[in-house]
Each structure stands twice: as C-alpha cells, then as structure tokens.
Design a protein around this ligand. Structure first.
Ligand code: ATP
Ligand code: MG
Length: 379
C-alpha cells in the first residue's frame, strides 16, 4: 500500500513513521519544487509526479495551502482524501466562515474586509480590540495583525494598504476574552464511522501553539458533546475522510469555533504516546479505507513544542515518561523543531515532570511551561 502526501514537512514525516508497521509506504511531494522525497530521510525519489499519482493508492495533504495547479492535478485523479472542497475550506477563512454560517455553528464575530477603508466600519461594529487575519496562507500566527486601540488604526491601515485585499480579503475578528482554547481532533472514514480523541487544552504564545494538555482537564459531558456535535456537522457536510481538527475558544459553557484544519494537527501530537492509536496512523487508516483504530487514552499527556531552538542537551530523556520527537530541520526563529510528549499517571504527576523538564530547557523558548506545570500539580 502506498500513499502520497502533498507537503514534505514534519506531519508527512510522522505519517510515514506511523505507516511503517502497517506496511504502508508514504512518499511526499515538496510543494515548493514538486520534487518527490522520502519524508523521513528527505532523500529525493527519482519518479515523476504524474507516474506517482497513478501508482499510489491514495493521496492526502499535510497542510491546506497547496498551490492550485497541484491541487487540481491530484483532484482529477479521484484519489484525494480529504476532498478538494474540504482542503479549500481549511485554506480560506472566507469559505470557512461561510460554512460555519451555513451550518449555524457559533464562531467569533467578524467582518470581511476587501479595502482598508472598511476597517473603520469594522471597528464601529466589532470594537477597537481586533485581530486581523489574512484569509489565505496564514499559519502559526503569520499573516495576522492586532489592533489594541483606535489610535493604532491609521498606522495599521497604512501597513495593510500594501496588500491586495481584493485578491486575498481580510477576516477581521473581535479579540475575544475567552476562558481557554480547546481543540477536537477526530477521524472519519469513507463509511462515515467517526473516532474522537478527547478535547485537548491548548496554550498559545504570540499566535503559536506551545503546549497541549490532553485530555483537557475539567471537561464535562455537555461540553464534550457540544464539540463532537460540531465535528459531526462539519465532517458530514464535507463528506470528510481522514483526521480533521477543530479549534475552539471556550467562553463559559459555550464553544466558539476558531478555525478548522483538514489534516493531522499539532494539538493531536500527544496521541503518539497518550492514545491507543495515534492521529497519524488513524489518518492513514481512514484514507486507505481500513478500520479506524481505538482512540482510547492511555495516559494524561502534555505535548510541548520545541520552537526556534536546538541548542540543548538531551539529558531530559532520563525523566520517566519523557519522549522526544525531533524533526531534523534547520533552526529558524519561530520554527517548530520538534516536540516532547510527557506521559504520567495523573495530572499532578504530569505537572511534576513538566517542572523537571523545564530545568533542562532554555526557558526563554518555553515561556508557558512552568506556569502550566504548576497549575497541573494543583489539580
Ligand atoms: P495555527 O496555525 O497555530 O492554528 P493560525 O495562524 O492558523 O494559527 P489562528 O488559529 O486563527 O491562526 O490564531 C492563532 C491564535 O491567535 C489562536 O490560537 C488564539 O490564541 C489567537 N486568536 C485568534 N483569533 C482570536 C480571537 N478572535 N480572539 C482572541 N484570540 C484569537
Ligand atoms: Mg489556529
């Protein structure tokens, strides 16, 4: 069995690693130069893209921002899962907001802006604390701007006037005072079977995910049901096949959808150690029409992203339950270099080993770690 992944980064790599035991071979296309590579070794595979598309059993994506011509090419093969519609919805915040409206799913109040002059009106309607997002090609907080007060508006308008907003409109959202961020990662196969992981609690810093705790503490049955109902509506409407992640803001007992990701997701990396079947294996199972694997939690897990740093010893591997996943990429500011999964018998123990981990790490790169660890020790 073989699968082609569009995109050759760490998500393709982790899919490939999950595919080995099942005898599924995963090859990847680097979407920048259309070269075919082994996503683990990064060695170039001497094959044409057209031939590979014919040979493989299924084609999937590791991210949603795929060049249009490539997406069209794989779409016509009939092997693309999830569908082109699902990928385009995740790639374009305007489409995403339209789908949420059609399905009556609560999300952050917003305005679509196609000319900087419309920003004054957006401030009138949404208030002066805003988050402004390019509708396409944004990730990890890139393609986002924040407005803290009306006085910053002229400067921001000037900055944004350089963009072609007719081509790529802005989604302007109210800056919400949410209680916390959660995400639901779940998988659906072609028969419509769904397996849900529990909600994860996600901690972001400067628009980028730093830590996920799964299962999220203090989730009651109605909250979990609300998240699963939203997942069901979205995945059924898109006739979705594969892993789909839904990011939420929790305000009281209400969940508002922030965005959806039509792929395996950073907030699901904890499943590599903390669940019976990891998200990568379940994604491969779904796109290859195999039975879905159990999503049962095996231990409370903290996923800690390693962002923009590589200069640290590996001694922390002596901590019980500490697992390192290193992606082997060249270091760059804000770049995800790898992650830790920490597993323990309960949240208090998890907090303790997070504190132990913090002792080994350059703390300026892990600003959320200690505070979150202390919170967990008190649960
Ligand atoms: P990622 O790729 O990490 O998911 P992204 O660039 O796709 O990020 P978003 O998920 O929309 O962008 O936003 C990144 C983060 O910015 C959110 O996780 C949240 O912490 C913050 N954020 C986004 N929208 C809002 C909002 N309306 N109010 C408050 N905070 C927000
Ligand atoms: Mg996000």
């Amino acid at each position: 069995m073989s699968i082609l992944v569009l995109g050759a980064g760490q998500l393709a790599r982790m899919m490939a690693l999950a595919g080995y035991p099942l005898g599924i071979s995963v090859q990847a296309v680097d979407v920048v130069d259309n070269k075919i590579v082994d996503p683990v070794t990064k060695l170039v595979i001497n094959n044409s893209l057209d031939r590979l598309i014919e040979e493989v059993d299924a084609i999937t994506v590791e991210f949603e921002h795929i060049p249009e011509d490539l997406l069209e090419l794989v779409h016509t093969s009939g092997k693309l899962k999830p569908s082109v519609e699902a990928i385009l919805t995740g790639a374009d915040r305007v489409r995403e907001k339209k789908l949420l409206a059609k399905l009556a799913i609560a999300n952050s109040p917003f305005e679509i802006v196609t000319d900087v002059e419309q920003l004054d009106n957006a401030v009138e309607k949404l208030g002066e604390r805003l988050i402004i997002k390019a509708s396409r090609d944004g990730y990890d907080g890139y393609g986002q701007w924040r407005l803290e007060s009306k006085s910053e508006l002229p400067g921001l308008k000037q900055k944004l006037s350089k963009l072609d907003l007719q081509k790529v409109p802005l989604i302007v959202e109210t800056m919400l005072n949410f209680d916390r961020e959660l995400s639901l990662v779940a998988v659906r196969n072609g028969e419509g079977d769904i397996a849900y992981y529990p909600l994860a609690e996600n901690l972001h810093h400067k628009g980028q995910l730093h830590v996920s705790i799964a299962p999220a503490p203090n989730v009651d049955t109605p909250l979990n049901q609300q998240a699963q109902d939203i997942f069901n509506k979205l995945s059924e409407s898109l006739d979705y096949v594969g892993v789909l992640a839904v990011e939420f803001f929790q305000i009281g007992q209400q969940l508002l959808v922030n965005e959806i990701a039509p792929r395996v997701h950073n907030s699901g990396h904890w499943t590599m150690q903390g669940a019976d079947t990891c998200q990568f294996e379940n994604h491969l199972r779904a796109v290859r029409s195999l039975p879905l694997g159990s999503t049962k939690v095996t231990s409370p897990t903290a996923m800690i992203n390693i962002i923009g740093c590589q200069a640290f010893a590996r001694d922390m591997l002596s901590i019980p339950g500490c697992h390192l996943h290193w992606y082997g990429k060249a270091s760059r500011k804000k770049r995800k270099m790898g992650h830790f999964n920490l597993c323990a018998d309960n949240y208090a123990e998890l907090g303790k080993i997070m504190l132990a981990l913090a002792e080994y790490l350059p703390i300026e790169h892990f600003p959320m770690l200690k505070d979150e660890a202390v919170k967990l020790t008190k649960l």
